[in-house]
Design a protein around this ligand. Structure first.
Ligand SMILES: Cc1cc2nc3c(=O)[nH]c(=O)nc-3n(C[C@H](O)[C@H](O)[C@H](O)COP(=O)(O)O)c2cc1C
Length: 322
């Protein structure tokens, strides 16, 4: 069984990848999508969204990171994929699921699911350009407004050369509304020979059990559920191994939150750092009453030093980040 941390643009950056993979249970993670339009992106664009490339394409905890590209031009995607490999990308992942209007208007993301032939062409070109030992993987939704073409899309991706698929079991029109249609993951797996990961609406160990039953999938990708409950992968891995599931306490989580804050302070201008903390803390309120209390205290706070105090971040680390 493999458990992946989902790519999440504007949320799961290198800081959250670092902190979450340190908790354990995550086998691999992915960058936020890197948008490819009509040219070869400069090296800086890759290092900005995938700083782990400079340190062996792994997070501090040693978890491998894939580079995700989003675009619609097969040749341009292929050139960028080959370039990302020269920078150290160990796996190239292609995004065919993004529902954002701006992305879909410029023919990227989920809108491509209307064109299985184009999916095939993209995979074929990228596969051809990427060294043989580097896997190319794809992440798809079930379709744009219906799952009618899901199987055609999956076949097109795999026949084009995808080594693995992640299926976010909803259409673009479904957005992020529950439920996720896990039964479609089973249908996709029936028509392709590569491993198919199930993704969507796994928030708890019980959700995972139901997902496994309905989808038949051994491998899963966790998104919002893992950000809201940072030990979700660890819990699921324990349950899978027949071990006792011991949820992470707030006391274990707080140092990670403090470290996240320090890294956000180092990376971002003082006016943006608080927003990052609030974004994660708001998601943690789903799982931790302590997060509800802390969020209530920081929600109107924009002063970084006040937030240092509220979080109780260790003095020495703060001096270092100043
Ligand atoms: C804020 C946000 C950003 C996302 N960004 C990406 C992305 O960059 N690439 C991608 O393939 N999927 C992206 N997704 C989709 C997630 O990877 C995942 O498929 C989706 O959230 C469903 O999984 P979940 O129910 O476990 O969250 C994003 C989702 C959210 C909520």
């Amino acid at each position: 069984m493999q458990i992946a941390l989902a790519p999440m643009e504007g949320l799961v950056d290198e800081i959250l990848r670092d902190v979450l993979t340190r908790v354990g249970g995550i086998d691999w993670c992915v960058t936020e999508f890197i948008r490819v339009c009509d040219r070869l992106l400069p090296e800086t664009a890759y290092h900005k969204l995938a700083p782990e490339l400079a340190v062996g394409a792994r997070t501090q905890a040693g978890t491998p990171m894939r580079v995700q590209l989003l675009g619609s031009d097969p040749v341009c995607l292929a050139d960028n994929a080959a370039f990302a490999c020269t920078l150290g990308a160990p796996v190239i992942d292609l995004n065919f699921g993004c529902p954002a209007k701006t992305v879909n208007k410029s023919r990227g993301g989920a809108v491509l699911l209307k064109e299985p032939e184009l999916l095939h062409a993209i995979l074929r070109e990228v596969r051809r350009a990427v060294p043989a030992q580097i896997p190319v993987t794809a992440k798809m939704r079930l379709g744009f407004d219906s799952p009618d073409c899901a199987l055609d899309c999956a076949r097109a991706l795999v026949e084009g050369g995808a080594d693995q698929l992640v299926v976010h079991a909803r259409t673009k029109v479904d957005g992020y509304k529950p439920p996720a249609h896990w039964e479609w993951v089973a249908r996709v797996q029936e028509v392709v020979k590569v491993p198919v990961y199930a993704n969507g609406e796994i928030w708890t160990v019980d959700d995972w059990r139901r997902c496994r039953e309905v989808s038949g999938a051994e491998d899963i990708m966790l998104g919002r559920g893992l950000v809201s409950r940072p030990d979700l992968a660890r819990q699921i891995a324990a349950a899978r191994a027949g071990q006792e599931v011991v949820p992470m306490s707030w006391d274990e989580l707080l140092p990670l939150l403090q470290d996240f804050w320090l890294q956000a302070r180092r990376k971002l201008a003082p006016r943006y750092a608080p927003g990052r903390l609030k974004q994660w803390l708001a998601m943690l309120t789903r799982s931790y009453p302590e997060a509800v209390a802390l969020f209530a205290e920081v929600r109107r706070e924009n002063d970084c030093q006040r937030i240092d105090q509220l979080l109780g971040a260790p003095e020495a680390a703060l001096a270092e980040s100043a």
